[in-house]
Design a protein around this ligand. Structure first.
Ligand code: BZD
Length: 775
């Protein structure tokens, strides 16, 4: 036995008095994880030399850690051999729940960045919240989304270390709590660098009041404990809409204050009490505006504990912080009600006022009299994005088009004032999780042809390009794609009791459910194909399986209506014997990181169909690309950079562009399109003509109205579904037609894989380190 294998056996005996043969999955999981933790403890304890970057994020969507950590430590094979020799299926850990401390792209991006930084030896520390419950688990009942709590701790938490000694106190207007850090090792590939993700848990200062208990006031005796724990109890399930809740502001200040206090103490221990050089030791990146209250918090620490004056303290703050914007949608930009902010954070508010005053002085100096769109404090609200832009030295968007939109249409007044602050950092994803681990077959294929250097140097992927011309490589690629479809079919049967037809094209749209992402357009187009096949209008259709995966925010009823609609379309199609040998439609339940790891490698077609100008970047588009799917998408977000690099001829781009929409936005009339085009009318009418039923909820009629009548807060068909409908259907049928030439299609796929080099988060994080943090 190898030493690591012996360590696992030893852990089982020590922790559970058991052995390989009798251990439960949970015992095995904890023993293997603990044994792996032991192997990296010494490396982890090494102090960081030089400047450290701190990534503050309300979300870290890590996904299951056991396989990625074992892979990065080079212990995956040994572990699997041990399991095999004990007669245990090496897939046992697939039953371990995937942690879900994030909503979607923003949280997953943070996780990719941690992996990439550790792999490249960049000292990057993550700071966030240790939510007791992550994003809800999704079930379908009669096609409706139902939510259950995500009790991720039920499996134990072997990858965290509680650091009681490092706890700090966080004060609110009405409450004071402990923030207790749980540290997780972030193991770089090769195991030579181990960074830290520090997640804070809220706990009561006085968890139990003995006097109240004696007075038989049992509820009151544990009131403080309950109130404290509420702060880190649950992840807010809203993405891209601002909920503006008191508890949410508490969460934001809770982890911001705890992180800043901790960083401040580290600086003091390292450099003493001269805080003027703080920004030489720490760079702090704000992942969206959620941690922006860190800005007045650092100001407060520098001025009260560091005894600095306002202006020098502000200079330090500005040099230290940088801000990343992830959305331009107005409803997502965070604003806090002034009196709410004052009552929750009375000790912080004065520093916000000082920042506002400095801004006011600067605007006067620059002769700007129209201050309404600049003011941080305006009309009884505190505007967090304004505070973030004004108080930092860098504001970045997450794809080229997104950064251009920020500069020229979302925040042009700020760009005019500080053009040098604005910069682009196109997103990326880690090829370790999203290729090496989730598609080992394709990873081997690549390594056999270009060596294994791509695992840490993704620019080498371009060396695959010649193999797109090689018939036997294309054949092998097709075999691998087939194998991944078969694996997905097994998985989906286990999870959703649905039988995939694995000889079909797999056409997949997975991402959060949002109107702007246009899952409804996808569903309409499926209905159009369904009618077209039945009517004989569509001939020679290659059988296709259409797969969806998406969670809707629990209070976002329109999104929930779209889920119900897609499930009804699925029923219509799947039970119709006249078409169900040519089409299948399935909505995967509880889409999460682990499901993504099965779905993405099996895809032929990657659906990226957001309205031009709405998706900041997208990141699943990159994951699909590196797994050899072609993009069927709009000119939006990182799709643009993807097809520029991989060739438009190897992808399917359709629909209105930002410039087109700018021209028509005041005159666009979806009712005209509806009246003119029978195919549009037919699919839209399924919402109201009884073809499909919403079970009396009224949700389908509401969707119908949203397209043709609008609502008080938006115009009809706000996201131009009807405008892009026919071009989308055409592009889809073109891809379907092209697929028939399997060799030619495989060539497109291989050229996409070979062009994926720039879309690694290794490149992205290197750019943050070089151009923003100067590390
Ligand atoms: O961030 C997403 C964008 O929509 C994507 O286009 C982009 O690729 C990724 C990464 O940059 N935004 C989110 O995922 N946003 C959230 O999840 C979120 C969460 C809470 C509050 C607001 C937004």
């Amino acid at each position: 036995m190898q030493p690591f294998q012996e360590a696992i056996v030893h852990k089982l005996r020590e922790m559970y008095h058991t052995d390989m043969k009798s251990a439960t999955t949970k015992q095995l999981y904890n023993a293997v994880s603990q044994a792996a933790m032991d192997t990296c403890r010494d490396t982890w304890a090494q102090p960081v030399q030089g400047k450290t970057a701190c990534y503050l994020s309300a979300e870290f969507l890590l996904g299951r850690l056991i396989h990625s950590n074992l892979m990065n430590l080079g212990l995956l094979k040994e572990t699997e051999d041990l399991l095999n020799s004990a007669g245990i299926n090496p897939n046992v850990f697939e039953d371990v729940e995937d942690d879900a401390l994030g909503n979607g792209g923003l949280g997953r991006l943070a996780a990719c960045f941690l992996d990439s930084a550790a792999t490249q030896g960049i000292p990057l520390m993550g700071y966030g919240i240790r939510y007791r419950y992550g994003l809800f688990k999704q079930r379908f009942a009669y096609g409706y989304q139902e939510e259950d709590a995500d009790d991720w701790l039920a499996w134990g938490d072997p990858w965290s270390v509680r650091r009681e000694d490092q706890k700090v106190r966080v004060n609110f207007g009405d409450q004071s709590v402990w923030a207790v850090p749980y540290d997780m090792p972030i193991i770089g590939y090769g195991g030579k660098v181990v960074n830290t993700l520090r997640l804070w848990q809220a706990e009561a200062i006085q968890p139990f009041n003995f006097r109240l208990f004696n007075d038989q006031k049992y509820q009151e005796a544990v009131q403080q404990k309950n109130d404290a724990e509420a702060i880190s109890a649950v992840l807010y399930p809203n993405d891209d809409t601002d909920a503006g809740k008191r508890l949410r502001l508490k969460q934001q200040y809770f982890f911001s204050s705890a992180s800043l206090q901790s960083i401040f103490a580290d600086y003091t221990a390292k450099c003493g009490t001269d805080y003027s050089k703080f920004a030489e030791q720490y760079a702090i990146q704000l992942n969206d505006t959620h941690p922006t209250v860190s800005i007045p918090e650092l100001l407060r620490l520098l001025m009260t504990q560091g005894h600095m004056g306002f202006e020098p303290a502000f200079q330090v703050v500005q040099k230290t912080f940088a801000y990343t914007n992830h959305t331009i949608m107005a409803e997502a930009l965070e604003k806090w009600n002034l009196s709410l902010f004052q009552s929750v954070l009375p000790e912080v508010y004065p520093y916000v006022v000082m920042i506002q005053n400095r801004l006011s002085n600067e605007l006067v100096k620059k002769n700007i009299t129209e201050t309404g769109k600049y003011n941080i404090i305006q009309d009884g609200m505190i505007h967090m994005a304004r505070m973030a832009i004004y108080s930092t030295h860098s504001t970045n968007g997450v794809a080229k088009i997104h950064t251009e939109i920020i500069k020229h249409s979302a925040l042009p007044e700020w760009y005019a004032l500080y053009p040098e602050r604005f910069n682009n950092k196109t997103n990326g994803v880690t090829q370790r999780r999203w290729l090496a681990l989730c598609n080992r077959e394709l990873a081997d294929f690549i390594t056999e042809r270009i060596g294994s250097g791509w695992v840490t140097d993704f620019s080498q992927m371009s060396r695959l390009k010649p193999y797109a011309e090689d018939q036997s490589s294309r054949q092998r690629f097709l075999e691998i794609k087939q194998e991944k479809k078969n694996q997905l079919a097994d998985y989906m049967y286990r999870k959703d009791r649905f039988g995939l037809n694995t000889s079909n094209i797999f056409d997949i749209q997975v991402k959060r459910l949002h109107e702007y992402k246009r899952q409804l357009l996808n569903a309409f187009s499926i209905l159009d194909m369904y009618f077209g096949i039945k009517d004989g209008r569509i001939q020679g259709f290659h059988p296709t399986t259409f797969i969806f995966g998406a969670k809707a925010a629990p209070g976002y009823y329109r999104a929930k209506g779209i889920i119900k609609f897609i499930n009804e379309v699925a029923n219509l199609v799947n039970y119709d014997n006249a078409v169900n040998r040519r089409m299948q439609v399935i909505f995967a339940s509880n889409y999460n990181v682990s499901y993504a790891e099965k779905l993405i490698p099996a895809a032929d077609i990657s659906e990226q169909i957001s309205t031009a100008g709405t998706e900041a970047s997208g990141t699943s588009n990159m994951k699909f690309m590196m797994n050899g799917a072609v993009t069927l998408g709009t000119y939006d977000g990182a799709n643009i950079e993807i097809v520029q690099n991989a060739g438009e001829e190897n992808n399917y781009i359709f629909g209105a562009r930002v410039e087109d929409l700018d021209k028509i936005k005041d005159t666009y009339d979806p009712v005209k399109l509806y009246e003119k085009e029978p195919r549009i009318r037919r699919v839209v009418d399924t919402l109201i003509d009884g073809t499909l039923t919403d079970g009396g909820s009224g949700w389908f009629a509401e969707l119908y109205d949203s397209l043709l009548k609008g609502a008080s807060w938006h115009k009809p068909d706000n996201y131009y579904l009807l405008l892009d409908f026919l071009p989308y259907c055409d592009a889809r049928l073109q891809a379907n037609h092209d697929y028939a030439d399997r060799q030619a299609f495989a060539k497109k796929c291989l050229l996409n894989i070979a062009a994926a080099g720039p879309f690694t988060s290794d490149r992205t994080i290197r750019q943050y380190a070089d151009e923003i943090w100067h590390i």
